[in-house]
Design a protein. Sequence first.
Length: 232
Amino acid sequence: MKKIVNGILFLCVLAMLFICWRSIADQQQFDKDVAQHEADVKARLLEIRDAEEAYKSVKNEYCGDWDSLITFINEGAIPLIRKEGTLSDDQMDAGLTEAKVAEILGRGDQAEIEKNGLGGFIRDTTWVSVKDSLFGADYDPSDICYIPHSGDKGGEPLKFDLLAVWIKTKSDAIIPVMECSAGYETFLVGDSKQWGREVVNKTEYAEGQGNFAGLKIGDASLTWNNNAGNWE
């Protein structure tokens, strides 16, 4: 009888050990899944930042419309400057600027080039495809507006919130700014109730710190951050 009881206790211990192991393993897998969802959203936001900064380099403002931004990636071009030669302190003290250097080199007057010590300087500008130079020729920008994993439970994927505005700084300068964001509830999506609890926990923590409850780049306010991600 004692052997039977000991055998039953041994099986109970094994069962408890298995349950504990499975619980730990499940939590570790869930944590990996959460990290992967966040990593995918961050990667997409960085692509959007590259596209927006390229757009601004050409248009002198940011883009607040997805269709226009996608068209720009597909069809637009950005300047690529080949720069050789660096201005010395003496040259800058004499009034030379990058704009003046480009102007002098553009005229091709060798006497003026030598007079200003610009021999060997190169300032060439060529225009290259946005898509090819930033993302690669095979890149399809049509999905850049969609939040990764937002459609994991079925239905259409959700789009990032995109905002491009002009603001007045404390020094009264008027500058263009942009912001692109996705709340936790849009991409921390899965079949188990654990995903919902994760959203609640992360949202409560972020709001308790006075931060945005999700992932975003830029900040369309007076606290503009040069398009940094809120995780950087």
